[in-house]
Design a protein around this ligand. Sequence first.
Ligand code: ADP
Ligand code: MG
Length: 356
Amino acid sequence: MSHVSVRQLLKNFDGKPPTVAVDHLDLEIEDGEFLVLLGPSGCGKTTTLRCLAGLEQPVGGTISLGDQVVFDADRGLNLTPDKRFIGMVFQSYALWPHMSVRKNIAYPLKSRKMTQELRGGRVEETAALVDCERLLDRLPAELSGGQQQRVALARGLVARPDLVLFDEPLSNLDARLRDQVRAELHDLHQRNPFTAVFVTHDQSEALALGTRMAIMNAGRIVQIGTPREVFEEPVDEYVAGFTGMSNRLSCEYVDGRWYALGTELIGAEPRAAAGTSEFVLRLRPEKVRLIGDASGLRAGEAGIAVNVDDVEFGGLHLDVMLSSTAPDSRRRELHARVSTYDRSRAPRTVERGDRM
Ligand code: ADP
Ligand code: MG
C-alpha cells in the first residue's frame, strides 16, 4: 500500500487532430484509499491509468508511488512497468487461456521473483479472498464471466502491490453479476484496505465503491470529494449533469412573478427587489413530486402545471416524462422519478395525458 502523488501530468497524442488526453492533472491518493475516477468516454481515464502503470510515456509532470518517483519529465525519468509495484485489473479479463486459474493468479508473483514457498500460500489465500479457491485447477474457458473476473481480481491483488488499477472491470458483466462483484469488491477493500484507482463511467459504481471520487472532463479533474460531497454539492453544471441532476430548468423573475419552463411557478416566494433575473435550476428527477393541483403544495414548495407525456414502469419507480403547458409551442421537458411505494410522492395513478 502506498500514497500516490500525481502532479501536472500531461499526455497528448499526435494525430489529426492532436489530442490532449491528460491535461495537467493533479491527484493525491491516500494510503489505503479507493479512489474512483468517473467521467464520460474519451475524457482521459484509461490514459491516466496507463501513465500510472508506465504503459504510456507522459509528456510532462511527475508521478510518485510512496517514496519513489516513478516518472519525472524534467529529469527524463520513466520507470518501466515491471519496476513499478502495481496490480492491474481490466475490462477484458485478459487471463492466459492455456494456464490454470492457479497459474494465472500466481503470474505476478513469478515476475516479482517470490520464493516457491511463499507463492503457494499467497495464491490460495488470495483466491479465498475473492471466493474462487475451488476453481484453482480449472482453465479460464471453464469459468463463467463473473468467475473469470474474480480470478482477474485475485491476479491484480496477489502480490499485495503498492497500488491496484482497475479499468472498468465490471462493465462486461451482466447487471446482476455486476452488482454482486461490486459488493464483493467493496467488502474486500473494507476488510483488507489497499490503495486503488478505479475507473468507471457508471455513476452508481462510483458512489458505491469510492472512498473518494474524482470527476474528469477533457483530461482534467473538475471535482474531487467523498461520493456524498460530490453528489450533494456538484461544483458546476457538468458535474451536476453527471451525477444525476438531469433536469435543467431555466427560471426567470419578471414583474413580481417567477417562471419556469415558460409557465408561472406557483407558490414561489416573491423577491425583495423587482426587475428581471434569470438562472438555471438543476434538479434530480427523484426530487420532483407530482400533485393533482396547486392545493397539494406544501410549505416551501413551488409548482408548475405540466402534461404527462409518458410513463415508464421501472419496478421500484415510475419514470414520468412531463412537458410544460406554456402557451408557446416549444416543448420543454421535465423528468420525474417517483417511487411506486411512497404514495406521498405521486397520486395513485399517473397516466399519459394527465395534467398535473
Ligand atoms: P477514456 O478511458 O476516458 O474513455 P482515453 O484515455 O481512452 O479515454 O482517451 C482519451 C483521449 O485520448 C481520447 O480522445 C482518445 O481518442 C485519445 N487516445 C487514447 N489513446 C490514444 C492513442 N493510442 N492514440 C491516439 N489517441 C488516443
Ligand atoms: Mg477507457
